[in-house]
Design a protein around this ligand. Structure first.
Ligand SMILES: Cc1cc2nc3c(=O)[nH]c(=O)nc-3n(C[C@H](O)[C@H](O)[C@H](O)COP(=O)(O)O)c2cc1C
Length: 310
């Protein structure tokens, strides 16, 4: 089937692909054409319209590429957004464009929170009092109010070496999880084994999870060793918290989903996600989420649901 591209739209494919270096440009061009025509076929349209083309682009580009898409799709809108981003120090507290999205699709059944449950919160933002930290704080408040045993760990305060890939953890019947000697092996693995509920909080840096959490999660890889004699107990649950500045509330969902899949690989089931987005404002948006009581209320409710189902 030969598809007709609406006048001027095929040129946009080329213009859009200018963002890519030559080594990957053709791959992206092929993907865009293939996906646009697939949508046209599905919708029984012989023409790839402008609407189909942009829908296709948004479908296949990672959310973090959105500013690059807007350079072609809506250059004026992008310019205005960049200006407003530069003026973020002038935003009045309480009027920031910050937004929360809660992912849980479970019915709101709130049983009592069993006292004594162990809640471990891991915060990978080194910005204490930042948005990730404030959301974690609110979740932990639920635990404190209900007799849970809560602990917050700032990963940046810990000595966590990068995995060296020695694969000592892949030897049969491993008793020692990891051959490295640092805070992971002295205390953190034990805390992970002991917790009932985990809060994993990280900000988006350069369109992906920040480096501290990536380094930390690399060190979980020993838990996937099939010969491991001391498996991570099952039935542990997690809530994932992620924060970013870009106002599109779904922009980095793919990054969050990767974290959820990784946690599941390690037998920790994520039951809820809180993404806090559009974190612009004074001090580069530091902790602006605390200026929005309705957001904190959503967080508190999510905390009750999470902890009452542990
Ligand atoms: C090094 C660095 C890179 C960042 N990259 C992005 C980015 O690619 N996209 C985005 O939306 N925000 C980006 N941000 C903004 C943070 O995601 C945002 O400020 C977030 O709310 C920080 O979380 P925190 O307040 O918990 O530290 C970046 C911030 C830093 C410091």
């Amino acid at each position: 089937m030969k598809y007709v591209w609406q006048d001027g739209i095929f040129e946009k494919v080329d213009a859009l692909c200018e963002i890519f270096p030559p080594v990957i440009k053709d791959r992206w061009k092929d993907r865009i054409i293939y996906n646009s025509e697939k949508i046209a076929a599905y919708e029984e349209s012989k023409t790839v319209t402008e609407e189909i083309f942009w829908r296709s682009v948004y479908e296949i580009f990672p959310g973090g590429y959105e500013p690059l898409i807007l350079r072609i799709k809506d250059p004026e809108g992008l310019k205005q957004d960049m200006i407003s981003s530069r003026k973020q120090e002038d935003i009045e507290p309480g009027t920031e464009p910050v937004h929360i999205t809660r992912w849980s699709n479970q019915p709101e059944i709130l049983s009592d929170i069993e006292p004594g449950k162990k809640i471990l919160a891991v915060c990978s933002s080194a910005r204490k009092g930042g948005n990730t930290d404030v959301v974690i704080d609110e979740l932990l408040r639920v635990g404190r109010d209900n007799g849970a045993l809560v602990e917050r760990m700032y990963l940046s305060d810990h000595a966590i070496k990068p995995c060296t890939g020695c694969r000592a953890c892949r030897k049969g019947d491993v008793k020692t999880l990891c051959a490295l000697n640092d805070d992971m092996t002295s205390v953190i693995y034990d805390k992970l084994y002991a917790m009932d509920g985990l809060i994993v909080g990280f900000p988006i840096y350069t369109a992906r999870e920040n480096g501290i959490i990536a380094n930390f999660m690399d060190r979980w890889d020993c838990l996937a060793n099939p010969y491991l004699s001391r498996k991570m107990p099952e039935k542990k649950k997690a809530v994932v918290v992620c924060s970013w500045m870009w106002p599109n509330p779904t922009a980095y969902d793919n990054v969050v989903e990767q974290m959820i899949i990784l946690l599941r690989l390690h037998r920790v089931e994520t039951t809820d996600v809180l993404t806090v987005t559009g974190t612009r404002g004074k001090k580069h948006g530091r902790g602006v989420v605390k200026n929005h009581p309705e957001i904190l209320d959503t967080v508190y409710k999510a905390g009750i649901q999470f902890m009452s189902n542990l």
